[in-house]
Design a protein around this ligand. Structure first.
Ligand SMILES: [Fe+2]
Ligand SMILES: [Fe+2]
Length: 429
């Protein structure tokens, strides 16, 4: 979700108060790899500049920028995606028993799961509780009053991304071999998707209610943003491919875990213990989800190493849309340039340390090691090339980051305006 701070900082156009202004060169620097998988909130992954434009070119004509993003009336032709190889579909179906034994236990039983109500002032109407609610609300507001604008922007961006959960559930059900064909299927893959959705649903609920109670953000503008994002959807690199989707899921869950975890740390630093707890419990959920997608991907690397390493390279190279990429508040555009709402939000997250290019480098390194990509044998020529590319990626990201940081030290800061915080501006570089 975030973009690499240095890259952005180094190329910001002359400071323009109240806008988010970037030169063309910043776009090309931000493109490709770094910006791509940086979105924290999923669930988290992102398509950047080139991503949203490039992919859209052959696909669903990008809706007009800004407020028009969800009002387009044209019905452009859809791109024909290549069919998923039958052996991949069979591999997924063959894992149903494994999913039941190894993934479903990662979901928390409803009886012991936390609920948003556990972390917010109790609103029950009994007289005794009414007083407690008033006191709890006053405490919540007093702590939230200390939060700086950049933390609020990060929270809103993460919340909006979580709130677009219907998009992600429908995405899961589109994937060949794991989708919930009936809506109530008893197959383990389908139960995982529904159980995962039920856990994720609490994240947006909790962040939304917290933000509403603080009185610190313009909730109507926030709600408009969620509305636009759900209407705009998200772009996927290979929407029906199980290999791509599970790898993507692993990256996104880990990115989200990192992002919410960093936000919890910031909240604690600013004295908001309630928010720190909220972000902490959400991060813990993301960690369990990451474990599920990571484990099943590891299993698939055993079953079909060549197919998986090629899919991994494709995900790394591809122009993948982050879940919140197409957000719009009706003012800042969802698409159409480098000054999108998502780009602004990403820049703030980068600068605040909520999700950074360095985190992304760590992410790539983690998964390459976890899936033992360097040790894979018996690969095809294409598989070996994919292996070489993926194994050399983290050092490249780090080199780019160092370069960008040096440039950033010489650059001018930029400002981005957010309707979410009543049109105040935030420094982005
Ligand atoms: Fe989540
Ligand atoms: Fe998650």
């Amino acid at each position: 979700m975030a973009t690499q701070q240095g890259l952005m900082s180094s190329t910001v156009a002359p400071l323009k108060l109240g806008s988010f202004s970037r030169s063309k060169s910043s776009l090309s620097a931000r493109g490709g790899t770094l910006v791509r998988l940086l979105s924290p909130a999923h669930p988290r992954v992102h398509a950047l500049r080139a991503g949203s434009r490039g992919v859209a070119a052959g696909r669903w004509a990008a809706a007009p920028a800004g407020a028009g993003a969800t009002t387009g009336t044209a019905a452009p032709a859809e791109m024909e995606w290549p069919p998923v190889p039958q052996e991949q579909v069979d591999a997924m179906r063959s894992l149903n028993g494994w999913v039941a034994e190894n993934m479903l236990p990662l979901l928390t039983p409803v009886e012991s799961a936390w609920q948003p109500y556990d972390y917010l002032p109790r609103s029950a109407s009994a007289a005794a509780e009414a007083e407690a609610f008033t006191e709890g609300l006053a405490e919540l507001r007093a702590a939230a009053a200390c939060l700086p604008d950049d933390v609020l922007v990060c929270l809103v961006g993460n919340m909006v991304t979580e709130e677009a959960l219907p998009t992600y559930q429908s995405m899961g059900n589109r994937v060949e071999g794991i989708g919930d064909d009936t809506g109530s299927s008893s197959l383990p893959w389908a139960r995982w998707i529904r159980g995962w959705t039920a856990e994720e649903n609490r994240h947006g609920d909790l962040l939304n209610r917290y933000l509403y109670l603080t009185g610190r953000v313009d909730m109507r503008q926030v709600e408009i943003t969620t509305h636009h994002l759900l209407r705009n959807g998200m772009e996927m690199l290979a929407p029906k491919s199980p290999y791509h989707s599970l790898i993507y899921g692993a990256f996104q869950e880990r990115a989200t875990f990192i992002s919410h975890g960093h936000t919890a740390r910031l909240a604690m630093q600013h004295g908001d213990r309630t928010l720190a707890k909220i972000c902490g419990v959400i991060a813990a959920d993301e960690r369990r989800h990451e474990a599920g997608y990571t484990k099943v991907s590891a299993r698939l690397f055993d079953v079909d190493p060549d197919g998986m390493v090629r899919a991994l390279a494709h995900v790394m190279r591809g122009k993948v849309t982050m879940p919140g990429q197409l957000m719009s508040d009706g003012r800042a555009p969802a698409e159409g340039g480098d000054d999108t709402l998502f780009a602004r939000f990403s820049a703030v997250a980068q600068r605040a340390g909520v999700y950074t290019a360095s985190d992304y480098g760590d992410l790539v390194e983690h998964f390459v090691r976890r899936w033992r990509v360097a040790e894979l044998g018996g690969l095809s020529g294409e598989g070996r090339r994919a292996q070489e590319y993926v194994c050399g990626l983290a050092p490249k990201i780090r080199r780019m980051e160092e370069l960008a940081q040096r440039r950033a030290a010489r650059g001018e800061p930029g400002l981005a305006r957010f309707s979410w915080i009543f049109d105040r501006t935030v420094v982005v570089s």
